[in-house]
Design a binder for this molecule. Sequence first.
Ligand code: GLA
Length: 398
Amino acid sequence: MLQPSKLIEDFRLLFEGKPEWIVRAPGRVNLIGEHTDYNEGFVMPMAIDRAVWIALRPRTDTRVVVESLDFGGRVDFDIQSLVGISPRSGHPLQPKKDSSQAWTAYFAGVAWSLLEAGWPLRGWEGVVRGDVPIGAGLSSSAAVEVAAACAFAASSGCPVKVVPVALACQRAENQWVGVSCGIMDQLVCLAGKKNHAVLIDCRSLQWRPVPLPNEVVLVVMDTATRRDLANSEYNARRAQCEEAARLLGVRALRDISWETWPQCEPMLGEPWRRRARHVVSENQRTLQAVEAMEQGDLSRLGQLLVESHRSLREDFEVSSPALDAMVEIALRQPGCLGARMTGAGFGGCAIALVKREAVPPFLNAVASEYQSATNLEPKLYVCEPSDGAQILSPDALG
Ligand code: GLA
């Protein structure tokens, strides 16, 4: 795990003197509730113990200077250059495709979005580092956005309120970076709680922590395949869900319950019928998963994960051969209660709910069986649910 003391040292070498603040913003994994956030439904992600960290010091002017130790580059811009501009105005810090410096756009995008929200931003300088795997579906981009927002909050003396900051980060991703994600990733990155998943109602934006029973752990299983199709197919799924809602005469698919689904189903042709069936059933499963966790019914929880995967594979069609292989292999192991793909899909990670005492043999068996089945080398992480983003004083870190 990343050492904040190392980050303080890096700051010293680059900028001389001490950082005034350290911010930490975690990645996330989604336990259940997939492709439901942009349908105003329910999701239950958790923040994980891998994060993006920034050590920073406010400046007296409006310049922002950030050095990335992972990508070996620097972003340097004046906040004034972002005031009142359109997010598609051809600013030099608009996202650059296929560049190792793509990360720089997130800092400008978050600054732009916070200015739009009326924050009186001041400049700062800092170093950023992280250990959230990139492109694996663990929301490294939301973690960078929220870390940047916390850095602006610390340097400008603004409070970090979960919903407004999550919405500002989502707007940066949607309008500046140009990826039309829902609110789940940014919100859980801020609202996460140690040892808990977070149930989020993506319509009201209310959330509540739900304890993850201590007898189980969540293993994140990176298939070592990346999500090439993710953007275009994600947008296509979103459009199909919106069309299905329109055909059913509701604001969003959230408004259809599993009980009323049999009356709605005949009104939809393919693929809208299956897309909507996934969303309606997944909302129901997410609420059932909360009940199962609260009652300590872990085999029921595992079963719901398995059903979620089936629905994502067959009805929503966002799984992939690598994700299916990983899930199947995980489910064959002793002590595995359930498994499914997580995140947008088409590659990236799956998760497994595993009894704590069964974890070491589980990790060995899944790694070797997956490798012989696919010729790919997977990465497995045991994830402990962690607290959401924090602004810390370097002295508190020792
Ligand atoms: C991506 C998006 C989220 C959510 C998931 C699918 O991670 O960023 O908003 O839509 O896909 O559940």
